[in-house]
Design a binder for this molecule. Structure first.
Ligand code: HEC
Length: 419
């Protein structure tokens, strides 16, 4: 009896072994597949939004979302080839690429905005540290040789503090770093939002944040892929990025709609789960050469790497260039503006009708909705007017959501000429 079972098991094992390659082949024919390693942090929200909305499937790519619990685990999986891509940052990428360009950046994943910093420097509750210069010779809790360390230093330098007067203390576990700060065992620490916001709610003093680094673009996280994957599966990477951009645009248009998903998929302290304002996500943006060079300079100065891959080897803009919405033809847009009846509600001479006048709209569109560029705002105003209703007007504009992407682009291009 026992023997039969064993024999059977052997047959099953042999059978499944011989079927395995076949199964692999059928799957490959279905849809290309990419495996993404995701930390439980705010930066990964567009992945889950795209997944829930079915955007990956619509773009023809299968994306396996693999949760990782630490940056170390993520990095080990990348090196082992067990994941194809990830959200990481410039410091991490510089370390990955010190011998050869292992990782290529294909897009920004997040960045600091004026009202939405990513990282904040905090002093312990009830401490007498209140301004950046108080931090000289005070040990600042960081995670060593990480983006936190780099950004903490760059924020303080932007505040006029001399880097030579700074001292840091390493505590890589972010939950422990938070705890030590709140207990006063760390007099100061650098933390990402929303944890930093929770520290402030708990009484920590906000000293400075990386909204100071918006202009230099030093503070950002990125979408990185193994160079080998980029070479072997470029269509899958492009399809992934198209889906990711759609998800980011959805979040930007209506952040509150994704609060529940954010709470479900990432670590959010209870004290800020309702109050934290979800930030915008950058769309079609990529690391600048200046930001990359600054990170590399810091890595070398800290002795973390001797050298690393160049900007051209590391930052790959070809995917964004390929998927970015094509610029429309303004002359065609002007004709459409009349033929579609837009002029019935929108004057060109500054007088309001059923809708606001579009005179001068090119100059105003970029400051209407936080996180939306002028073009993104105009695009949204046409295909989804209810997402943002201009003050003083009713939500009466029909959604032109059946227009072709080329027609919408033409309308946007025309409106962008009305300065
Ligand atoms: C029935 C009237 C009506 C028609 C037709 C209409 N709109 Fe509108 N539109 C409005 C109203 C009302 C608003 C302001 C309320 C809102 O934001 O939804 C608006 C807002 C806008 C805005 C944002 C304006 C701003 O100042 O921020 C743009 C851009 C726009 N419409 C473009 C168009 C285009 C392009 C068309 C034609 C394809 C069009 N609209 C057709 C009524 C209309």
């Amino acid at each position: 009896m026992r023997k039969t079972v064993l024999a059977l098991m052997a047959i099953v094992a042999a059978l499944s072994a011989s079927l395995a390659p076949l199964a692999g082949r059928t799957q490959a024919q279905d849809a290309p597949k990419l495996r993404m390693g995701l930390l439980p942090i705010l930066d990964v929200l567009p992945f889950y939004v795209a997944d829930e909305a079915g955007y990956f499937a619509e773009e023809g790519v299968e994306i396996e979302l693999i949760p990782v619990s630490s940056a170390l685990e993520r990095d080990q999986l990348v090196i082992a080839g067990a994941i194809d891509g990830m959200v990481n940052d410039l410091v991490s990428t510089g370390i990955f690429n010190q011998d050869e360009p292992l990782i290529q950046i294909v897009s920004l994943a997040r960045r600091a905005y004026p009202d939405h910093p990513q990282f904040r420097l905090l002093a312990a509750p009830r401490s007498n540290i209140t301004i950046p210069s108080d931090l000289t010779y005070v040990e600042i809790g960081i995670s060593e040789n990480s983006v936190i360390h780099y950004i903490a230093q760059r924020i303080l330098e932007a505040e006029g503090v001399n880097a030579a007067d700074l001292s840091f203390r390493a505590e890589p576990n972010i939950a422990i770093r938070y705890q030590l700060l709140m207990e006063g065992q760390f007099k100061a620490a650098c933390l990402p939002d929303p944890l930093a916001q929770a520290a402030i709610v708990g009484g920590a003093n906000l000293i400075a944040d990386d909204s100071l680094l918006v202009e230099t673009q030093f503070s950002q996280s990125v979408l990185g892929f193994r160079s080998q994957v980029i070479e072997e599966q470029p269509e899958a990477v492009a399809a992934f990025l198209r889906a990711w951009m759609r998800a980011a645009e959805d979040i930007n248009a209506d952040p509150e709609a994704y609060r529940a998903l954010w709470l479900e998929k990432t670590n959010v302290p209870d004290s800020v789960k309702d109050s934290y304002a979800l930030p915008p996500f950058p769309t079609y943006e990529i690391t600048t050469e200046a930001a990359w060079e600054d990170t590399v300079a810091w890595l070398i100065e800290q002795g973390i790497v001797e050298s690393t891959a160049s900007y051209a080897e590391t930052v790959n803009p070809t995917f964004l260039e390929a998927i970015a919405p094509a610029a429309g033809d303004p002359a065609q847009g002007e004709a459409l503006f009349t033929s579609l009846g837009c002029t019935g509600c929108h004057s060109l001479d500054g007088t309001a009708g059923a809708g606001p006048s579009v005179a001068g709209i090119a100059g105003e569109a970029g400051s209407m909705v936080v996180g939306l560029s002028a073009e993104e705002y105009l695009h949204q105003s046409i295909v989804e007017p209810a997402a943002f209703v201009v003050e003083g007007f009713g939500p009466i504009m029909p959604a032109y959501d059946t227009l072709s992407e080329a027609d919408v682009a033409a309308l946007v291009a025309y409106l962008m000429t009305l300065e």
